[in-house]
Design a protein around this ligand. Structure first.
Ligand code: HEM
Length: 430
């Protein structure tokens, strides 16, 4: 587990002065808040007392930010990109000393664009995530799941313990993603390590030197650019070829920082999210043995169980928007430049929308969760993610009757406020 002392050398944005607008319940910029796992209790209090909650920031990082935890508010903001823009970044704040090339790529991809330009970039990747394309890879996803789960179950039997995160949850999405992008098998590990380092940028266990992390970004960009060059000469049927051949509205090639941004988005978005739904999903099934038995007894519940896992885990903690004109939410006035942060895990536990929201129910019938967001930026990879989740949990049921994994040690969490990231999850077979 990360210690505060070890973390202290990492750039941080913890505000220690007086709080304005509302009292402090939790500091959502203090990454240590997330080390023991998602701060459900504190955010539940925030949702009940201050559904529009102001969090102070260190002055050199920014002016502070609003936090939304109610379902309807998050839907409203997500559906109005003209008032709540994504174009100034979707993370809460950036270190003042951040490298400009890195920042350009972080804010240079479809997830940080507003309409109308957003739609033209989203269209480039869209065919690869359409129903037909996802159906077409289902056989390959099944093959990968059989192999990964098969090896993990055998290892758990031989060695007595596996790390569910490392042995099952992580290899699945990285394999599917690399297939989709056209990354050769010998480089999968490289992509996996880069993605880990970037998400764990402020976690000393995952990234030894955050200042050196710029080189990780640069290596990733160089790798993506080499692939693009190759695809321009040797086009294939993969997503990288679609990106390489795409043109701007003026018929020019896509500028370099947007190519970097596209590659970066795919590596992060396609990887960490699905991984954490798998780990978080297995964890919640283990912790709710009655619900697990219900699923095992009736595997036709798998699709609703996966939706409930997505609601429960909400693998993306937050996305941010920036206000473009005077507006207000629940009577709270906001002005141009105000940052608004959407906490999906709390929207997915809003008692005004979900009956008995703190109950995990694999048969939940009415489950309009926001784990994939909503509106303009609704997750492009949602179908592919659902396919992977259903296939992996189905394989676990097939290869390990009764899904008899049990926790066998402490679950640890990535030191980040962005994703609900399991770092290690030791399990054994009961
Ligand atoms: C369980 C897994 C996943 C979860 C929970 C998830 C969550 C999200 C969320 C919340 C957004 C909305 C961002 C916003 O409104 O600002 C998003 C967007 C996006 N996701 Fe996912 N995601 C998952 C899997 C994937 C996969 C597998 C891919 C691709 C391989 C992917 C690619 C994207 C892309 C490209 C966007 C941006 C869409 C746009 O800007 O129009 N995601 N995702």
């Amino acid at each position: 587990m990360t210690t505060t002392a070890a973390a202290a050398k990492f750039p941080d944005n913890v505000y220690e002065g007086e709080w304005t607008k509302n009292p402090k319940i939790v500091d959502l910029n203090d990454l240590d808040t997330f080390v023991p796992g998602y701060p459900y209790e504190a955010l539940r209090e925030v949702q009940e007392k201050f559904p529009v909650y102001w969090n102070e920031e260190k002055a050199e990082w920014g002016p502070g930010f609003w936090n939304l935890t109610k379902y309807d508010d998050i839907v409203e903001v997500s559906r109005h990109p003209e008032t709540y823009s994504s174009a100034q970044g979707i993370n809460i704040s950036f270190a003042p000393e951040a490298d400009p090339a890195v920042l350009n790529a972080i804010v240079g991809n479809m997830i940080t664009m507003d309409p109308p330009i957003h739609r033209s970039y989203r269209k480039i990747g869209q065919p690869f995530f359409a129903n037909k394309s996802v159906q077409a890879v289902s056989g390959r996803v099944r093959e990968l799941a059989q192999d990964i789960v098969g090896k993990a179950v055998a290892k758990a039997r031989d060695e007595g313990q596996i790390d569910f995160m490392l042995d099952i949850a992580a290899p699945m999405p990285i394999s599917v993603l690399c297939d989709l992008l056209g990354v050769p098998h010998e480089d999968w590990k490289k992509i996996f390590d880069w993605s880990n380092e970037l998400v764990g940028l402020f976690d000393p266990d995952l990234c030894e030197d955050p200042e050196g992390a710029v080189s990780v970004f640069m290596d990733l960009f160089a790798y993506g650019q080499a692939m693009i060059e190759d695809r321009r000469k040797n086009p294939r049927e993969d997503l990288m070829t679609a990106i390489a051949e795409a043109k701007t509205e003026d018929g020019d090639e896509i500028p370099e920082h947007l190519l970097n941004g596209f590659f970066l988005l795919m590596v992060i978005a396609g990887n960490e999210t699905t991984r954490n739904s798998l780990s978080g999903g297995m964890k919640v099934l283990i912790e709710h043995p009655d619900e697990r038995s219900k699923l095992v007894a009736d595997p036709s519940l798998l699709p609703s169980a996966v939706e409930e896992i997505l609601r429960w885990v909400s693998p993306v903690n937050h996305m941010r928007r920036t206000v473009t004109c005077d507006t207000e939410i629940r009577g709270c006035k906001m002005g141009v430049g105000d940052k608004v942060v959407l906490w999906y895990g709390m929207a997915n536990r809003d008692p005004e929308v979900f009956s008995d929201p703190w109950r995990f129910d694999v048969a939940r019938a009415d489950n309009p969760h926001l784990a994939f967001g909503i509106g303009e930026h609704f997750c492009l990879g949602a179908r592919l993610a659902r396919l992977q989740l259903i296939t992996v949990f189905d394989e676990i049921m097939k290869q390990l009757p009764g899904m008899r994994f049990e926790l066998d040690g402490e679950v640890t969490w990535v030191r980040t406020n962005f994703i609900n990231g399991v770092k290690t999850m030791p399990v054994c077979i009961r």
